[in-house]
Structures are given as structure tokens and as C-alpha cells.
Ligand binder design. Sequence first.
Ligand code: FAD
Length: 443
Amino acid sequence: MQISLENLLEELSGIEVITNPEQVAKLSEDFAHFSPVLVPLLTGKVGDAVVRPTNENEVLRIAKACVKYNIPLTVRGSGTGNYGQCTPLKGGIILETLRMQEIKWIKAGLACVETGVKMAVLDKKAQEIGWESRMIPSTFRSATVGGFIAGGSGGIGSVLYGQLRDRGNLRAVRVVTLEDEPRIIELRGDDVQKVAHAYGTNGIITELEVPLAPAYGWDEFVVSFPDFMTAARFGQALGNSDGIIKKMISVHTAPIANYFNALQSYIPKDSHCALVLVAESDREPFQSLVRDFKGEICYEKSARDAGKGISLIEFSWNHTTLHARAADSSLTYLQSLFLNDPQLELVQRMHEYFGDEVLMHLEFIKVNGVVIPAAIQVVRFTTSDRLNEIIRYHEAQGVFIANPHTYILEDGGMKTVDYEQLNFKRMVDPYGLMNPDKMKAWQ
Ligand SMILES: Cc1cc2nc3c(=O)[nH]c(=O)nc-3n(C[C@H](O)[C@H](O)[C@H](O)COP(=O)(O)OP(=O)(O)OC[C@H]3O[C@@H](n4cnc5c(N)ncnc54)[C@H](O)[C@@H]3O)c2cc1C
């Protein structure tokens, strides 16, 4: 161990530290293995030690020690990010937040939590008073609130409430800086965007204030269709049906549903299908819509059984990719938005053009008040060149690609430098110690 790291750890007495190399290596990884492009870039990138603070004061001590000994610091929640976001590229300290689990307060429409509170735990508590998270990632059981805000984009609930970056979907954050004398800064209103989705490059989030939504009982259905475009149009029609309250519309071309082992006995083989969550009170109009599209409900789970067994949520978003890869590890994925395609013509063109090579998986979300298809396509990987060709073709046709095959903040969904985040980093992380090499603008 380097002398400076030894000194640093000595200064952290009373804080849990992990130095076992195997454990540290495990805690240096996330789900970047979804990408055959990222694997060779990230292999062997490990931290030197993991620290597990239990409160903000301990975070302040860790920040101060890292600055004093010039040691990089990478924050980690549950490590479910999928672009190597919490993999330390330059070693150093991994600050894991899972022991910071206090729900500070919760009231109608709002909650204040420590960063390491898991999304599922927050939801359970909120449901006791008739509320729930506006949106959750499909990793809700393990993902932390802080990790979702710093690394995620949206999820189940985005069809009603938009994406995390939309004004109102995060109310306040407390951040610890890596200055010579670390301090706590509270950001509210639009200022929260300075650290939201910044991969932990510009401040350690310790506490967040997040909005809640009224909790419904959610019925879960799988509806199968004879062809993919009917399933896609059904998804869009359900999205557009203002009188039917829904939380998730996840549409899959065949043979994706064949990868869902736990649903095999319900979903006919090679089905094109929609996995949906609909408010239990809206079951009847929902069934009428299914009839209009000649769909067949092949699986259902009533809201009364929520919490029992598996939820369809765990087959949506990037869980689709997870199940597909469990069946065939040569599969990878894309992330995209069809921003101006109300008739789904572009969806159809891409679906037909790539056929079996790029399997269409749509998640309907609200963008600027309009429900549109986002896609997390399952891709049969051959070479990196071919993958880039597929990405370029999509972009040339007008599909927005949030590239999941890069760990660079700006090269994913953002595309441009966010000067607000960069300027905030200049102030709170003047030595560039936080998650180094992830923010291109800083380099
Ligand atoms: C199977 C699968 C399904 C997924 N589904 C979704 C989905 O539906 N929607 C979605 O948006 N994402 C999804 N993701 C991505 C990921 O799950 C989410 O981003 C998740 O919310 C991350 O939470 P986490 O606690 O695991 O964060 P981590 O993976 O631990 O961290 C994510 C990023 O946030 C930073 N970070 C964590 N905590 C802090 C903090 N306190 N302060 C500053 N920075 C911090 C880390 O440094 C890292 O850059 C999925 C990933 C997988 C593998």
C-alpha cells in the first residue's frame, strides 16, 4: 500500500474500511459488462480501499483526508450503473454509501433521505401514507436514491412524470466538497442540475429531497400480439390514453420474451408483447383498449398481490437486457429516443431494416408533455465497428442515441459540455479528485 494511502486510512479511524483485494475489486465494478466495448477498457481498474461512512460528518472526514493526501475518490451506491460509472479509473478510495440509510422525513408529496436509502425502502415507507416515488429504475430493489439521481435517467413512472432531469423531479441536494476545507453545500431549485447525473464527478451527495406521487394499486399485465408493430401501436395508444392511468409500458419484439424464464409458462413462444402496469381502478377501460388492438392478455397479477413473487418491472428497462444476456452473453444493447415519431414510422423502419440483429424493445416515456417511445434495443454483437455503424445509421435516420458503450459523461446521453456542472466542479473539486477521467470537459 502506498504511504499516503496508509496515512489516509489511519486518519479515518472509526470509519469502516475494506482493504481485502478481492472485495475491493468486486466493489470497483458495476454492470459495464453489458458492453463488450467497455469490458476491455475497464478490466483491471480497481480502487485501493473502500470506505463505508454512516453519516455526513464521516463523509466530511473522508473528503478532507483525500484532499490532504491527494487521493482520488469515487462514490458508489449499489453499483448497478451500467457504464462503469463507479469504477475508479485511477485507483484511490471508493466511498460506498449503503450505510447512510436514514429517511429524514416524509410527508404528502415529498421525502428527504440520506443518499444510501434504497428506492424500494423509500417506496415502502411512502406507501404507508399513500404516496410512492414518481419513478424508479428497474433495479429499484438495490439501487440507492443518490445513485439513481447521480447515474440514472428515469424508469418506471416516466410515462407519467417524465425523466429525472425534468424540473421538479429533484428538489434539493446536500453535497460535500473536496476543497482543502471540505464543506456542505445545499442546492435547491434549478441549481440541483449542477450535480444531477454528473456520475459523482463534482461533489458527494449526502442527502436529497425528492418529490413523491400519489400511490395507486398497480395491476400488471402481459398482452401478446400477432406482430410487433401492432404491439408498438398499442403501447403508443395506451400512452396517449389520458383516461387510463399507467406506470409502465414496455414493448418487446419476438423473441425477447423467450428470454424471460419466469414468464415462460404464460407468454406464448415467439410472442410480440407489451408488459404494462395499469391502475387497478382502470382495468376496465384498459381491457377495452386491448380488445381494440386484438391483443390477448396472457399474464396478469392483481395489485392485491403486489409484493408477492416477481414483478413485471423486473423484465423492463435494462432488466430486459439482463435477461437477454443471461440467455446469450453475446447480446448487448443500445439506448435511444424516437423524439418525433408519433406514427411510429421511424420505429418501424429501424425494426424492419435491422431485423434480427437489433431487436426492438420500447419503453414509453413522457418528454415535454408528450408520450414517446424510448428504446433499449437488444443487439446481436459482432464487432465494435459494426456496433458503431449501427449507431451511426440510427443517428443519420433521426434516432437519438444515448450511447451506453462509453464511460465518459458527455459521450453518453449529454453530447455537449455542461458548463454549469463543469464550473461547479471547478469550485467543489479543484484538484480533480472525484471519479477522475469521467468528465471530458475537465480533462
Ligand atoms: C439491470 C439494470 C437495470 C437498470 N434499469 C434502469 C432504469 O430503469 N432506469 C435508469 O435510469 N437506470 C437504470 N439502470 C442503471 C442503474 O441502475 C441506475 O442508474 C441506478 O439507479 C444506479 O443506482 P446505484 O445505487 O446502483 O448507483 P451506482 O451504480 O452505485 O452509481 C451510479 C453513479 O452515481 C454516482 N453516485 C452514487 N452515489 C452518489 C453520491 N452519493 N454522490 C455522488 N455521486 C454518486 C456513482 O459515482 C456513479 O457514477 C439499470 C442498470 C441495470 C444493470
